[in-house]
Ligand binder design. Structure first.
Ligand code: A3P
Length: 873
């Protein structure tokens, strides 16, 4: 076994070098100086020793595993389990959580392993698994070359040299430790760079260390006993490093493992854990080592007197940029200006403004708003553009480049929730192609921030670095200097860069004046990254970063519009003219040809119920959540629901203006739209969902007749039987028609999809035959479900019309108002052959529907379903 013990420091050396933690790594001045004292790099941030390149964990062998992690947790709420899951989410590593102690989940899929690594939050749960399951799991690991990560879980009982069941391995627990370092010879380390020591006390008093005496074991991390707290222990004793993370190379039983003597609370363990996943999955779960960093300086020229940049600050900015560019190729600060406040400082600060402009070519530039206004406050495109043009003119006058294609909105206003006027104005005045925000989908948790593209503008997620407009002095940093240093040295800021391949940080001009905390912060964190990781840092202009981002994450191109009223921060940057009350309270989702127009018409008779205003293209249907309308944005959708809808005078119970309305929208294609449930739920999580079901065979036939009546060439050239039996080798248009005809009728499948987003209590299923034959009861029940007040007694307003053969609105004693010719059409009965075929075709789907309806338990099984099932068997 190769051992490269870290050099032991004397107690006195340790005392001299450190304060109370490893934060001593930064030398302290009155002005914070970003000097990371790291053995691996020189003061310019270059590596002194040519560190060996990060090992590639990829294996030559043909692996049969999915890049997914199986995590056994103690309970669904356990702390370390949650930390593991969050870390995996941050790094977009797929995983499945299982509670340990229950039966094993299915591990294989045909001849493929479902998981590349197995993680035990509590190693004991693995060691003490029942024999049968343990054998099964170990067999899986051997057969598919899958490794195991285990954490020794703290317990009240202190173990001293206790043997781990079935392994020549011993643990001591409940220790306090200090000074962690990594084994440079460990083949597990890839992203993490060995060579440094994290001096000082390690977090927690419940560390376990491993004692081993077999060549299968190789330490990954060592630490020292915290002798400062046990001075008696140290007198005259030479302390050997204690193994805190251990690799088992699998020599004993053919299974590779990495065991941790403590949780992920210690920052370094998060990196080593990611490396363990990479190593044990043979590179299947390796993260890229490339990291892009862009630092925006917003609010250039904005700021009170004495918070702004002086010429010296600008010099420091240029000097530091040069140093950072030495470590991060391509690095340039990205300056966002609001020209209106140019020369609004003290005399010296005004010289600072001038000096900045004299050095315009040193930096990248982008436009902020002219007066730093929030665009969502503008409801007039011309005015908004006029303001932007002022900043544009300012840029031209001062030779500031105007072609970056990037812009940032003050306070993230208008970017998300999207204010369409901002997108339009940006395009027209600045030809903006990229922006960034911290707000999509929400500020927190940061690990879930994402990007999207709207109106051809690429919106990138922005990272937070912990500096804000008011953080100008190190001594007044919230939580004190240690807090900032902690974030830099392995904490939040450091980890943000480790986990995000593309980082855009937001800082403000004030962070570069006074104590110049931003210079300190970025130079320090970059050095710290050089010390502890093998990451390759680089920078590029925003457009390049955006293109990279969406190449990496093509699934994020489409936005998902959330409800601005569900996030207080979003509400603050949403126009006062917009109002969540004007969003629909319920959706009638179809499917087509089940009686949706009848339901829509009956609902609209109610004075307290209002639907959207008609769409010029699709009449009563907005069809927002499916298809291309969704890309028009939320503003477009909300325009269909003006908050002051006129009273419905044609209603038998007209209401006056101002009475609360139950807004709804009916689009019959929502039912089977792939993306619809997710999108609808993101915007309207509390909405009720109303669907109507009739026999799927009957629905398919009615739909076919509808297509014929609308002049569909294919429907008119092929018989119904030909359409439903079209094979996969048939002409494309015929295949498409077949699919559109048959797919919506797979009711159970579509309903399950909706129920994955909406709880069953929010979903109401109407039997379409009942709607046709007995609409009065159906409407009464629906009103109760929707909690509509006052109840409209439909028995006074609906009447069976013999001529039409359907229920119609009774407008006077003698006169009925029925639906148009296209509803309740006359057409020949479905031919016997098609009917039989469809009964067979839908049999499985109908069986699944019956099962689902029984599970939901709320309503009787429709007669048509019973009939379809009985004839089909
Ligand atoms: P058919 O025209 O094939 O008979 P949709 O509005 O979803 O397109 O559904 C149209 C179907 O609604 C019609 O199909 C018809 O059978 C049914 N329907 C139910 N109640 C109705 C009513 N009161 N008036 C007209 N059609 C009704």
């Amino acid at each position: 076994m190769s051992r490269a013990w870290p050099k032991k420091k004397t107690l006195q050396e340790g005392r001299d070098e450190r304060s109370c933690s490893y934060i001593w790594l930064i030398q302290r001045d009155t002005h914070p100086a970003p000097i990371i004292n790291c053995r691996m790099i020189n003061s310019a941030g270059k590596h002194i020793r040519d560190a060996s390149p990060a090992p590639d964990h990829r294996s030559e062998a043909r692996l049969r595993i999915d890049p997914k992690v199986l995590v056994f947790v103690e309970t669904t709420y356990s702390g370390l389990g949650r930390d593991i899951a969050e870390l995996l989410v941050y790094n977009r590593i797929k995983y499945k959580i299982e509670v340990a102690g229950k039966s094993l989940p299915v591990l294989t899929n045909l001849d493929k392993g479902r998981y590349g690594v197995i993680v035990f939050e509590n190693l004991d749960k693995y060691l003490n698994m029942d024999k049968w399951n343990r054998e099964l799991l170990d067999k899986y690991c051997r057969e598919y070359s899958v490794g195991i990560v285990g954490f020794v879980s703290p317990s009240e009982e202190t173990l001293v040299g206790a043997q781990l069941r079935d392994f020549p391995l011993f643990v001591h627990t409940n220790l306090r430790l200090r000074d962690a370092s990594l084994n440079p010879a460990s083949s597990v380390l890839r992203l993490t760079r060995a060579g440094e020591t994290a001096w000082g006390a390690l977090p927690g008093d419940d560390w376990a260390v491993f004692q081993h005496n077999h060549s299968t074991y190789e330490p990954v991390e060592w630490a020292q006993r915290n002798t400062q707290e046990y001075p008696a222990d140290s007198v005259g004793q030479v302390q050997l490093p204690l193994t805190t993370v251990l690799q088992d190379r699998g020599q004993l039983d053919g299974i590779q493992r990495v065991l941790f003597g403590s949780s992920l609370r210690f920052w370094l363990h998060r990196l080593v854990f990611l490396d363990a996943l990479s190593y044990l999955s043979h590179g299947q779960l390796s993260l890229s080592l490339e990291r892009m960093i862009l630092v925006d300086i917003d609010d250039i020229f904005v700021g009170e007197k004495s918070t702004r940049l002086r010429p010296d600050d600008v010099r420091a900015l240029i000097a530091t940029q040069k140093i950072i560019a030495g470590m991060v190729p391509g690095f340039r600060f990205n300056l966002g200006f609001s020209g209106k406040y140019y020369h609004h400082g003290t005399r010296e600060e005004n010289l600072g403004d001038d000096f900045l402009l004299q050095n315009v070519q040193e930096f990248n530039w982008f436009s902020h708003m002219w007066k730093h206004q929030q665009p969502h406050l503008y409801d007039n495109l011309t005015l908004l553009m006029a303001e932007m043009q002022l900043n544009y003119a300012f840029a031209k006058e001062h030779n500031i480049p105007t072609n970056s294609g990037y812009s940032i909105s003050p306070h993230h206003s208008g970017v998300y929730p999207a204010h369409e006027l901002l997108y339009l104005a940006w395009k027209q005045v600045w030809n903006v192609k990229v922006t960034s925000t911290e707000e999509y989908p929400h500020l927190r948790p940061a690990r879930l921030r994402r990007g999207f593209i709207h109106r051809n503008i690429m919106v990138l997620p922005r990272q937070t670095c912990g500096l804000f407009t008011h953080t100008m002095y190190i001594d007044r940093y919230p939580g004190g200097r240690d807090k900032l240093d902690e974030s830099i040295q392995g904490g939040e800021l450091f980890q943000t860069i480790v986990y995000n391949p593309i980082n855009i940080f937001m800082t403000h001009m004030s962070n570069y004046g006074s104590d110049r905390l931003a210079l300190y912060t970025f130079q320090s964190v970059i050095k710290f990254l050089q010390c502890w990781t093998n990451l390759k840092l680089a920078s590029a202009p925003p457009i390049q970063l955006a293109e990279m981002y969406f190449r990496l994450h093509p699934e994020e191109v489409d936005p998902v519009w959330g409800n601005p009223c569900d996030d207080a921060r979003h509400k603050k940057i949403w126009s006062k003219t917009k109002n969540c009350d004007s969003l629909p309270k319920f959706l009638v989702i179809g499917p087509q040809k089940t009686g949706t127009t009848a339901l829509y018409t009956f609902l609209s008779m109610h004075g307290s119920v209002a639907s959207n205003i008609p769409s010029p293209d699709t009449f009563e249907e907005v069809q927002f959540f499916n298809g291309n309308n969704y890309y028009r944005g939320l503003d477009w959708y909300m325009d269909f629901f003006p908050s002051e809808t006129l009273p419905n005078t044609s209603s038998p119970m007209p209401t006056t203006l101002g009475t609360p309305r139950y807004m709804f929208e009916k689009s019959a294609t929502y039912f089977d739209g792939e993306a619809v449930p997710k999108r609808a739920h993101a915007l309207l999580p509390h909405a009720k969902i109303v669907t109507i079901l009739i026999s799927p065979a009957k629905r398919a036939y009615s739909w076919y007749q509808h297509q014929r009546a609308h002049g569909d060439v294919i429907a008119n050239n092929y018989s119904f039987y030909q359409v439903i039996t079209a094979s996969d080798s048939a002409p494309r248009a015929l295949k498409d028609l077949r699919n559109r005809c048959l797919n919506p009728g797979k009711y159970a499948q579509h309903l399950e999809h909706w129920l994955a987003y909406y709880p069953a209590q929010q979903v109401h299923i109407i039997d379409g035959e009942q709607l046709r034959l007995n609409p009065i009861d159906v409407m009464n029940e629906l009103q109760r479900f929707l909690k509509i007040q006052p109840l409209l007694d439909y028995s006074n307003h609906l009447r069976y019309d013999v001529k039409k053969g359907f229920y119609c609105q009774a407008v006077s004693e003698k006169r009925n108002k029925c639906l148009g010719k296209s509803k309740g059409r006359q057409y020949p009965q479905m031919d016997e052959r098609s009917a039989k075929l469809l009964q067979r075709y839908y049999l499985n789907h109908n069986t699944a529907l019956e099962k689902l309806l029984k599970k939901l338990g709320s309503r009787p099984i429709p007669q048509w379903l019973k009939d379809d099932l009985s004839t089909g068997t």
